[in-house]
Design a protein. Structure first.
Length: 358
């Protein structure tokens, strides 16, 4: 086990980031006794296996009940089960299902879209630092999926520590992604709709389309992206909604409506905690508003998934733009329409962070 220098939590030897605070883990010498396999338990919420001494699930972030911590879930048959499935195929493109998500890409904080709550204590979703999106994001022991004969690309699941997880082949016709998939990490993700998205190859690129999911699809911000009224932003475990602000006047005589002194507000960011639940709102003025965990105009000190200086919302002549400030876990914007993904781009759906490759 590796003990985190920041918070003292024990982590598996192969973890790169602490499950407790998200800080990078340093390599430590271990005793021979550490080579023995750790006692494992199964999370009662998402079904993934966790070390018995974990108080919170490393996959879904939920607090593991004490009675579950006192019992073993790994038997001989599960230990001998192979990690690769050789007969797996993506769901058929014509599958029809219903249902919706309930609660959690990370556990007790806002999830992308309309579902409530993501929990704290999840590791970083990308290598490189920062404490801790988007981010909830997947099982660390998920199996690989078999290769489709007509595959023209891959959808790669990014594990909580930033390493690559399962690889799902993208057929030449289309791939459906959702909770109906046989991959355990997807099937046990309550924030994924049964059929969440459709990915269609097109001229070396991949068109991703939301299939009326509850929580939507979030694209990673790589360059400045223009914001429009109502856009939803994912920073760490925070779900924010941008609202443009304009001077209020009487429609008949253009008389300004009264209010508190206005230093020149041009927008606000609203913290969304669930369906019809807004906890805080931050007025935006000046040329740039910086968001971070330690530094900035808007600070989320308790969110370990937010980098010290994470992102910025800027007011420019052309309008308002969102930019990422080299954060560890990325900044994500919810899609409003079909989106053309280039190979190497990342998207967030439910608790899962994906990268598409050609």
């Amino acid at each position: 086990m590796i003990v985190c220098d920041e918070c003292g939590r024990e982590n598996d030897d192969d973890y790169k980031f602490c499950l407790g605070c998200g800080s990078p883990l340093s390599e430590q010498e271990t005793d021979e006794a550490d080579d023995d396999p750790a006692e494992m338990i199964r999370c009662p919420f998402c079904g993934s296996e966790q070390p018995a001494n974990f108080k919170f699930c490393g996959s879904c972030g939920e607090e593991i009940p004490e009675e579950a911590q006192d019992s073993r879930s790994r038997d001989e048959s599960s230990q001998s089960q192979p990690a690769v499935q050789t007969d797996s195929k993506p769901p058929a493109s014509g599958a029809q299902t219903g249902g919706s998500q309930t609660t959690s890409p990370s556990g007790g904080r806002p999830a992308p879209g309309d579902a409530p709550g993501m929990s704290e204590g999840r590791p970083s979703t990308s290598p490189g630092g920062g404490s801790a999106p988007p981010s909830p994001i997947s099982s660390s022991d998920m199996p690989a999926v078999s290769k489709a004969e007509d595959a023209v690309g891959r959808l790669i699941v990014i594990r909580p520590d930033g390493t690559e997880g399962a690889s799902i082949d993208i057929p030449k016709d289309a791939l459906l992604v959702g909770r109906n998939h046989e991959l355990e990490a997807l099937a046990s993700d309550p924030f994924l709709s049964p059929i969440h998205a459709k990915i269609t190859p097109e001229d070396g690129q991949f068109v991703i389309r939301d299939r009326d999911s509850v929580n939507g699809i979030f694209r990673e911000v790589r360059d400045d992206i223009e914001l429009t009224d109502g856009d939803e932003i994912r920073i760490g475990q925070e779900l924010l909604r941008f609202e443009a602000v304009e001077g209020r006047t009487d429609e008949d005589d253009e008389t300004l409506a009264a209010g508190s002194p206005d230093p020149g507000y041009w927008g606000r960011l609203v913290v969304v905690a669930g369906p019809d639940i807004e906890t805080e709102a931050y007025a935006l003025n000046g040329d740039e508003v910086t968001i971070g965990r330690q530094n900035g105009d808007i600070v989320f000190r308790d969110d370990g998934f937010v980098s010290s200086t994470h992102a910025q919302v800027a007011h420019i002549d052309e309008g308002v733009v969102l930019r990422d400030l080299d954060s560890s876990n990325g900044t994500f914007l919810r899609l409003r329409d079909d989106y053309v993904m280039e190979p190497g781009e990342r998207v967030l759906m439910g608790q899962q962070l994906f990268r598409v490759e050609g």
